[in-house]
Ligand binder design. Structure first.
Ligand code: NAD
Ligand code: MG
Length: 389
């Protein structure tokens, strides 16, 4: 490659954002950071700006942006601070950006991710909620814009790595896929005690260190439910072509079962820098910083069926996929509200599922043809979920 890839990291202060910068730091000859963005952590974004010297820093909230601008000026930095919600969309489609890492959490990342897709960027998608909310509209934007969509979620990266580059062969080849799930921190906990779970317990994942929202989703297995929906769109599969298997060691990151019953799997130590490095370098491979998988010292690989009593939320993914268009948007919005309420001590852990399934039953999706319509549906569902709380 002659010119360095110019990268914009949306959500740069988060777990995925920090891991992305870690991989980029290993390859200064290949990547240049041109834009960073965060919601509220001014100190962290300031430190990143001083280290990376991006041309732009984006903070949607004006007050936080003003503080960052002031601090950067004091430090003699030339980074320009953009603010307002539209700034995320503008930067994702900016002509000086080649690659967008979409690592915002939640539906808030939808509009910038679609903007990157429409602008034909190399789009590294960690923000699974964007594709769950955006569905057909999201995939249409990718196609229309000629974007290169690369999955960062470890399971979807695994599936992607098991498939040939030519997407037109995927349909013919795949019988079904198996998404592996660790089972989270409560895989063996007595389901009767799930009412007492605290946010700290829910966020203590056995194999991965992640943001708080996805950590709670992993504990309820709503994360896997969102991933089932994500896989439906990324790989153009029917709902019953997507299966889930608990694999507590998180060594096999997912599998493709081909028509001839040959099973392809991708293995590795659980480290998000592997899928991130693949997204950045595809179709090449670069070093990621992940440690080597040593099968001789790896505990036995085991598998279990997901327990429907312990993890009632998992099946909501298939229910939403078979429901009216927009049902997955409803499910995601309900879950964002429920998880937030749980993290703030306003909802019991074992009630998250009740909010999600009730919203799915109560909210009628209607129009899903534009971002505005989807965000309106998202807002309607949030209001309903808040009433249910
Ligand atoms: P995180 O909470 O650690 O980071 C989120 C980032 O997004 C932060 O930089 C935050 O400032 C920013 N942000 C939050 N709300 C925002 C808003 N409304 N507008 C703009 N920016 C906002 O989360 P994370 O664990 O890095 O996860 C990010 C995304 O990647 C999620 O969708 C998650 O499901 C997905 N993901 C994460 C992992 C992981 O290992 N952490 C693995 C797979 C997928
Ligand atoms: Mg995942």
């Amino acid at each position: 490659m002659n010119r360095r890839q110019r990268v914009c990291v949306l959500g740069s202060t988060g777990s995925i954002g920090v891991n992305t910068l870690d991989v980029i730091a290993r390859h200064p000859e290949r990547y240049e950071v041109v834009a960073l963005s965060a919601m509220s952590r001014v100190d962290e974004l300031l430190a990143q700006c001083l280290q990376w010297k991006p041309r732009f820093a984006v903070m949607p909230e004006r007050e936080a942006a003003a503080r960052l601008r002031e601090r950067l000026r004091e430090a003699g930095s030339h980074t320009e601070v953009l603010d307002g919600a539209a700034a995320l969309v503008d930067i994702a489609a900016h002509p000086n950006v080649d690659t967008v890492m979409a690592a915002i959490v939640g539906a808030a990342g939808l509009a910038p991710a679609i903007a990157a897709a429409r602008a034909g960027k190399r789009l590294l998608l960690a923000n699974k909620e964007a594709i769950v909310v955006g569905g057909a509209l999201f995939m249409h934007a990718v196609e229309e814009g000629g974007a290169t969509l690369l999955p960062i979620d470890s399971e979807h990266s695994a599936i992607f790595q098991c498939l040939p580059e030519d997407r037109t062969t995927w349909h013919q080849r795949i019988d079904h896929i198996v998404l592996t799930a660790s089972g989270g921190p409560f895989r063996t906990r007595d389901p009767k005690t799930l009412a007492d779970v605290t946010p700290e317990q829910a966020c203590a994942h056995p194999n991965w260190v992640m943001g708080r929202k996805i950590s709670v989703d992993s504990a309820t297995m709503m994360n896997k439910a969102l991933e089932v929906i994500e896989a439906r769109w990324l790989f153009n599969l029917a709902p019953d072509q997507i299966k889930v298997l608990i694999h507590p060691q998180s060594i096999i990151h997912s599998m493709v079962v081909c028509r001839d019953q040959s099973v392809l799997a991708q293995l590795g130590t659980p480290d998000m820098r592997v899928p991130i490095a693949y997204g950045l370098s595809f179709p090449e491979r670069i070093t990621s910083g992940a440690s080597r998988l040593d099968l001789l010292t790896t505990p036995s690989l085991t598998f279990e069926e997901a327990d429907a009593v312990r993890f009632p939320g998992l099946h909501l993914s298939w229910q939403a996929l078979r429901g009216a268009e927009g049902s997955t948007t409803v499910l995601n919005a309900a879950n964002e509200v429920a998880v937030d309420a749980f993290l703030n001590g306003r909802l019991r852990f074992d009630r998250i599922h009740a909010i999600n399934s009730q919203c799915l039953a109560d909210v009628q999706p209607g129009d899903c043809a534009s971002i505005e319509a989807l965000l309106d549906l998202d807002a309607r569902t949030r209001a309903h979920a808040l009433r249910l709380l």
